[in-house]
Design a protein around this ligand. Structure first.
Ligand code: BDR
Ligand code: CA
Length: 312
């Protein structure tokens, strides 16, 4: 039995790794991709999604979605992912894309069967799908795994906020309030998934062009983490959400009642344990990281790296 998947994503360096992992893992069947603004603009994210899928020889439909948050101005993550969203890689100019509010619904229709939905970016596209056709959405999404939120570590967008929720807190609040059984893979868990700076250097300097592609993609991410966090490596968040979609038993989740802080200023985007009236959300609190390393070596880096390249 393979796991049918639809991914909503904002590539993004770690999104690219997650897409390639989902496309290559034989236990998954990636059926369609929906794209969000986030790490970069919608046109660049759409181009980057197509580039990542092409690298995995994966021909699935790609649906551009929203180009901005529900109610706030667009802010992208140039300093984290580079001006094109793909670090140091050379990329062709993006094609213009028409934003839509239906990319997840379109992807679910293209998938043609009930799926696990993995969201790797801001939750705008999912909030719009819930507004537009909640019955169809709920009939097709048997499980929703989201990279997003943070309750127990330093944030990456000011205070305790995690970027995907920070981008569009109103969308995140709407999605959690819909009680779809969302499972959050937050920054406090993904911070454990690190690829080391020497590992990335080895990729970048390897004669194999595929290793160089990954190395150039990740070098920028390593510089960012070194500069802003003093980390000798890069946290690769999004592949962990795909790994837990494939193997839920690698993680331990707890049901918590979560509040999303929709403030304009300080506290924006923070996810905190709230009141009994807040929606119940499955939140991963811990993960077995060794099998995730093995999965990444098996499908992405095994020809060039070893398990020690994932130890912080
Ligand atoms: C999340 O934000 C982006 O920078 C990453 O792609 C990941 O989805 C981590 O906060
Ligand atoms: Ca992402």
């Amino acid at each position: 039995m393979t796991l049918p998947l639809v991914i909503d994503t904002d590539p993004g360096i770690d999104d690219a790794l997650a897409l390639i992992l989902a496309a290559r893992a034989p236990e998954a069947r990636l059926l369609a991709v929906s794209v969000s603004y986030g790490n970069t603009t919608l046109d660049r994210a759409t181009r980057n999604a197509r580039l990542a899928l092409a690298r995995a020889n994966c021909q699935v439909p790609v649906f551009p979605g929203s180009d901005r948050p529900l109610a706030r101005p667009l802010v992208t993550a140039k300093e984290t992912h580079g001006s094109e969203g793909f670090g140091d890689l050379d990329t062709p100019p993006p094609e213009p894309v028409a934003p839509t509010g239906t990319s997840i619904l379109d992807a679910l229709r293209a998938a043609g069967e009930p799926v696990t939905l993995v969201t790797l970016g801001p939750l705008t596209n999912l909030a719009l799908a819930l507004r537009n056709d909640p019955a169809f959405l709920r009939s097709r999404v048997v499980r929703h795994v989201a990279m997003g939120g943070n309750i127990a570590a330093a944030g990456n967008s000011g205070g305790l906020a995690e970027f995907n929720v920070w981008c569009d807190p109103e969308a995140a609040a709407e999605v959690l309030a819909a009680e779809m059984g969302t499972e959050l893979v937050g920054l406090d868990v993904t911070r454990r998934l690190v690829i080391t700076a020497p590992g990335v250097e080895r990729l970048a300097n390897h004669p194999d062009p595929e290793a160089q592609w990954f190395g150039r993609l990740l070098s920028f991410y390593v510089r960012f983490h070194h500069h802003f966090e003093g980390l000798p490596g890069a946290v690769i968040n999004d592949p962990l959400a795909v790994a837990l979609a494939l193997r839920p038993r690698w993680g331990r989740a707890e049901t918590l009642r979560l509040t999303v802080n929709c403030a304009q200023g300080a506290g924006r985007g923070e996810t905190t344990v709230g009141l009994p009236s807040d929606p119940p959300v499955r939140v991963y609190r811990d993960v077995d990281i060794a099998p995730v390393h093995a999965l990444l070596l098996q499908h992405l880096f095994g020809a060039w790296l070893t398990v020690s390249d994932f130890r912080p």
